[in-house]
Design a protein around this ligand. Structure first.
Ligand SMILES: Nc1ncnc2c1ncn2[C@@H]1O[C@H](COP(=O)(O)OP(=O)(O)OP(=O)(O)O)[C@@H](O)[C@H]1O
Ligand SMILES: [Mg+2]
Length: 448
């Protein structure tokens, strides 16, 4: 039972989430519009039901009393040819236009007008007061109501002014209601737009920062809470930037100091007798190579600005480089090629992947696609690939699998770390998987 209840509630919540709009703007509008519509519907209903019906019934009762007075008078007054007394009395005192017609059958009852309170109320009231059969038409003429009463020796045709019988101006109330709510809606739209724009700006700024782009002229604006969030975002951004900067300078400093010591080390080694120090020299050289690479890595982001870049060209460039290095490479790109990225960095990122492929394989395929949300570049090769359990590991700085495979051809083991660093600075990431070509597939995915 409880489980069923929970499932139903969850289902309802999911459905509700699905059908309601996602944006803050339409949601806030909905929050304003829904109660307004409900309120007005209830008001309109109550008004129609109570006021309109009651007033119409009362007015109908008055008109039907007048009509029954005319009918009684017709019986009481002496029957002259033109019934002048009756007609004068009716038109002067009751605003009724009376004609006495020869006795014929009443016309068949007309179709009941849909939705007319007047018709129902009037025929009920007249039926209460008259014994004679009567016929009623409330829609035939716009300003008048026609009633025919069958007397023993004649038919009385009575025209009553239409607006005497029902509350004719009640639609004005509805008009006012709809009109004012439209004004309210317009005001709400204007105000809400101004309230929501700062939130959108904040979201844009956070998104741009996440993608490593410049956050241009963003200032905290709007309501207090939004402004607080914006200030917190700016603070966070500043802290992150400072931290990156600190890390970079520190790493650069450490590497630099160590390089100085290494150079001294090498000098001292040079004075040792030939032969004894060969292995040591090789180690020192390797260490120095690693340090150089590390320095380059730590120098990392030279503050390049994101700019519109033709990805098709960039990929083609990388393909040419690969060919020059002796690999058989193909390149393709699908979708709108202009993407806002840090071109040099991204080139380095994909270039590292291509270099790896060149080093380990003979055939390479670089392909890029770009849709509304992502720029995706895959680099496939037909080399030995990387076993699945190592695919996270290889992203670690200085980690190389080649040592066993080919000792000297290897680099420093920083290529993938740098590539991933760059992809992440663009808000994206790199995945490794099996390539249909038999080797490794590296996929760079960056939000655009
Ligand atoms: N396409 C590939 N096929 C097979 N193994 C690969 C491939 N790409 C990378 N690897 C393995 O992952 C390891 C790490 O690669 P990474 O690019 O980080 O360093 P590296 O290529 O050795 O050195 P660097 O790129 O700094 O010159 C490599 O040593 C290699 O063993
Ligand atoms: Mg590499």
């Amino acid at each position: 039972m409880l489980v069923w209840l929970r499932d139903t509630t969850n289902g309802f919540a999911a459905w509700f989430n699905r059908v309601t709009p996602k944006g803050l703007y339409p949601r806030s509008l909905l929050i304003i519009v829904t109660p307004m519509v409900i309120l007005q519907s209830v008001l309109a209903f109550v008004f129609m039901e109570r006021h309109y019906n009651v007033v119409t019934r009362r007015l109908s009762a008055a008109v039907s009393q007048d009509i029954s007075a005319v009918v009684s008078l017709y019986d009481l007054l002496p029957k002259t040819n033109d019934h002048i007394a009756l007609r004068t009395f009716a038109s002067r005192n009751l605003s009724l236009n009376v004609a006495v017609l020869p006795p014929t059958d009443l016309p068949p009852p007309g179709p009941k007008p849909f939705f007319s309170v007047l018709d129902a109320a009037l025929s009920r009231e007249i039926g209460l007061r008259l014994k004679q059969p009567f016929w009623l038409d409330t829609v035939g003429r716009s300003m008048l109501i026609e009633v025919r009463v069958k007397m023993d020796d004649a038919v009385l045709r009575i025209f009553a002014p239409r607006n005497a019988a029902y509350a004719s101006n009640s639609h004005i109330f509805l008009l006012w209601m709809v009109g004012t709510s439209l004004v309210l809606l317009a005001v709400a739209i204007l105000f809400l737009r101004n309230q929501i724009r700062p939130i959108e700006n904040l979201a844009d700024a956070a998104e741009a920062f996440g993608k490593g782009r410049d956050v241009e002229n963003f200032r905290p604006r709007g309501a207090r809470e939004v402004r607080r969030a914006a200030i917190a975002f700016l603070e966070m951004k500043r802290r992150i930037e400072r931290q990156i900067e600190q890390r970079t300078t520190m790493l650069a400093g450490v590497s630099h100091d160590m390089r100085t010591i290494l150079t001294r080390f090498k000098l001292e080694l040079a004075f040792l007798p030939e032969g004894e120090s060969e292995a040591l020299k090789k180690d020192v050289d390797e260490l120095q190579g690693m340090l150089e690479a590390y320095l380059a890595f730590a120098r990392g982001d030279p503050g390049e600005q994101a700019a519109l870049t033709d990805m098709g060209e960039l990929i083609e460039d990388l393909r040419l480089n690969a060919e020059r290095d002796g690999a058989a490479a193909t390149a393709s790109f699908m979708g709108p090629p202009l993407v806002e990225v840090k071109a040099d960095q991204l080139k380095r990122c994909i270039g590292n992947l291509v270099n790896n492929a060149v080093r380990h394989a003979r055939r390479i395929a670089i392909s890029g696609t770009r849709d509304a949300r992502y720029l995706i570049v895959t680099v496939d090769d037909d080399g030995p690939g990387i076993p699945e359990e190592k695919r996270e590991e290889v992203f670690r700085p200085f980690l190389r699998l080649d040592d066993a495979r080919n000792q000297d051809a290897g680099g420093s083991g920083l290529g993938l770390s740098i590539a991933r660093d760059i992809a992440r600075a663009h808000g994206g990431d790199i995945q490794l998987s099996d390539s249909p070509m038999g080797g490794l597939r590296a996929t760079v995915r960056i939000p655009v």
